[in-house]
Design a protein around this ligand. Structure first.
Ligand SMILES: [Zn+2]
Length: 343
């Protein structure tokens, strides 16, 4: 394997074991990502990375409020915040735009500083969020081990995503600051408000919808569900396809009866939520849920429902087809955004 070329396989394995084994539990959550661990251990006392990221983001937006003439839109604000970190923000060259799938990325420059390159062909709301996400990466003291660690763990794993989720949390705080967002919501948190809110802040529908949960003063959960099979079922079908192509006479099609369901993908919780309020990744929603009505009617639907979690709390569940459908989405059963608030 190329990874071991010219190196000592045992040393590499030992290093992998060391990097992958350490897990620290703080603030009710477990972390293994080396970048996050570097933040947790920075001061000698255990730091809760969630509250640290939020407080760094809040300090930055508070500082921004002190400047005269700061634009209200997320893109303008994100560019100024980057400059406060000494980071330049520049559009990508035409050639790079063609091959780069990300809206923005951060790179070291030859002079030792950093530059954020963004794709000007993408909507400004998405570019702004990506710039804010990259700024949040700078809140973590080390990033050298982190990149290597993430290359080693499975893309779908909890460890691979924990840093990205924290950076999204920081980014949401930077482009949709909590005091201003709560003020605009005026105590009414609903997906019906999202078009107005996203125009006010210059943010995407999705980021604004998720902010309804993270800025919510009560118990609230938002996220995205996708119509799909369990991972094990997907693997079995892939194996069956291979087997059938090799040994057509041995085909066993029981697994083909597996039915896809709407399953939880991304998720955002308000500060008042605990572990019981969390919906497990890929957990399915019952077929009687309003999620399926939104998919069928292609509009915002609302019902009183419990989430498929351990809390047993009844809430108002809103669901709407996501305006932006990813390439993996099912054409007949679109990705659905949901927002749930305890009643
Ligand atoms: Zn990132």
């Amino acid at each position: 394997m190329a990874l071991f070329a010219g190196g000592d396989k045992n040393a590499w394995t030992a290093e992998y074991a060391e990097i992958s084994m350490e897990t620290i539990r703080v603030g009710g959550r477990r972390y293994s990502d080396p970048d996050i661990l570097s933040l947790i251990k920075e001061t000698g006392e255990l730091v809760d990375p969630r509250s640290n990221v939020l407080s760094q983001a809040r300090k930055l937006t508070a500082k921004l409020r002190g400047f005269p003439g700061v634009p209200k839109d997320a893109f303008g604000r994100a560019k100024i915040m980057a400059s406060m970190f000494g980071i330049k923000v520049e559009p990508m060259k035409l050639e790079q735009r063609k091959r780069e799938s990300r809206d923005a990325l951060i790179m070291p420059t030859l002079t030792g500083s950093k530059v954020i390159l963004y794709n000007p062909d993408r909507p400004e709301s998405r570019i702004a969020f990506s710039i804010a996400h990259e700024i949040t990466h700078c809140f973590f003291p080390n990033s050298a081990n982190g990149a290597r660690f993430r290359a080693m763990v499975s893309e779908d794993s909890r460890e691979a995503n924990e840093l990205e989720r924290l950076c999204d949390l920081g980014a949401a705080e930077l482009v949709l600051p909590e005091p201003e967002f709560r003020h605009e919501c005026n105590s009414s948190y609903s997906l019906a408000q999202v078009p107005v809110l996203s125009r006010t802040f210059g943010t995407s529908y999705e980021a604004t919808a998720f902010r309804l949960a993270t800025a919510n003063p009560g118990k609230a959960v938002a996220g995205l569900v996708r119509f799909r099979l369990r991972k094990g079922e997907q693997r079995q079908i892939a194996a069956l396809n291979l087997q059938t192509s090799l040994f057509p006479q041995k085909a066993n099609n029981k697994i083909l009866e597996a039915v896809p369901k709407y399953r939880r993908q991304s998720q955002f919780l308000s500060d008042s939520c605990d572990d019981a309020d969390s919906v497990r990744w890929n957990k399915s929603f019952n077929q009687s849920s309003v999620i399926y009505s939104a998919a069928e009617k292609r509009t915002l639907c609302t019902a009183k429902e419990e989430l498929p979690n351990e809390s047993g709390d009844l809430g108002r569940l809103e669901a709407i087809p996501a305006p932006y459908q990813r390439s993996e989405a099912n054409a007949n059963f679109p990705d659905i955004l949901f927002f749930w608030e305890k009643i």
